[in-house]
Design a protein around this ligand. Structure first.
Ligand code: ATP
Length: 234
């Protein structure tokens, strides 16, 4: 079966003896943006980590395109096109933009990778020889997204991509995310700006103390659901 769906079913995961996620069901259809919202500590970052295999699952299943990937390693998941852009961006600060991109390219496809990175964010083309740590936060985020993009990802897990960035840069980044989805990727985004997330999302999940308290279209979400989720009601 090849349905392009990324599915998490009954996910339980946490850190050591601490269980954070308590039976989470979530589906990301192809060509769509799914926003994951919830209060601080609700488990959003933990869910992205569990989805990308950075932390193990103590129960539940992960499938993509009809294939069971529950026990796959992060490396195996990455090879299937499941790509995690963590909070804090994950670029190599002491390397140039060019080197950061080259590291992500497969042998022989470096020039295609550069073209793809620049097509995502043209300003990266002007900064190829700059050390990544000397770029602005927005430019570093663009580089992190471009590094994901050159892998031709099928599922992209994005943690707080707009954190600390100017509204104009956030616009540019969200425009790129829509393009990524339109090209066929499935996107799961954790986003602190609820309004932005609701504008871009096709579906929204609210996480409350490690459980899904709402799943549906942004238009179905009422203020009370949101309030309850953010104040951590029962
Ligand atoms: P925020 O919006 O504040 O980033 P979040 O919804 O992403 O919150 P998580 O970061 O997933 O929440 O954290 C969920 C719970 O797991 C919190 O209680 C947190 O303290 C705990 N936690 C997170 N990372 C670790 C870790 N490495 N070791 C132990 N506990 C952790």
């Amino acid at each position: 079966m090849s349905d392009g769906l990324f599915r998490l079913r009954g996910i339980r995961a946490g850190y050591g003896a601490t269980t954070v996620l308590r039976g989470v069901d979530l589906t990301v259809p192809p060509r769509s943006v799914v926003a994951l919202l919830g209060a601080n500590g609700a488990g959003k970052t933990t869910l992205l980590r569990a989805a990308s295999g950075v932390i193990g699952l103590s129960a539940g299943r992960r499938t993509f395109d009809g294939e069971d990937l529950t026990t796959a390693t992060p490396h195996q998941l990455a090879r299937r096109g499941i790509c995690h852009v963590p909070e804090g961006r994950g670029v190599f600060g002491s390397l140039t933009v060019r080197e950061n991109i080259r590291l992500q390219a497969t042998k022989g496809s470096e020039s295609e990778a550069f073209d793809r990175a620049v097509s995502a964010f043209p300003r990266l083309g002007e900064r190829m020889n700059q050390l990544a740590r000397t770029m602005s936060g927005g430019e570093q985020q663009m580089l992190a997204l471009a590094r994901a993009y050159i892998q031709r990802p099928r599922v992209v897990l994005l943690d707080e991509v707009s954190m600390g960035l100017a509204p104009r840069i956030v616009d540019e980044i969200f425009e790129f995310l829509r393009r990524l989805a339109a090209e066929g990727a499935s996107l799961l985004i954790v986003e602190q700006y609820v309004q932005r997330a609701l504008e871009v999302a096709d579906a929204v999940y609210l996480l409350n103390k490690g459980q899904v308290s709402f799943a549906g279209e942004p238009s179905e979400l009422d203020g009370e659901d949101l309030f309850t989720s953010y104040v951590g009601g029962s």
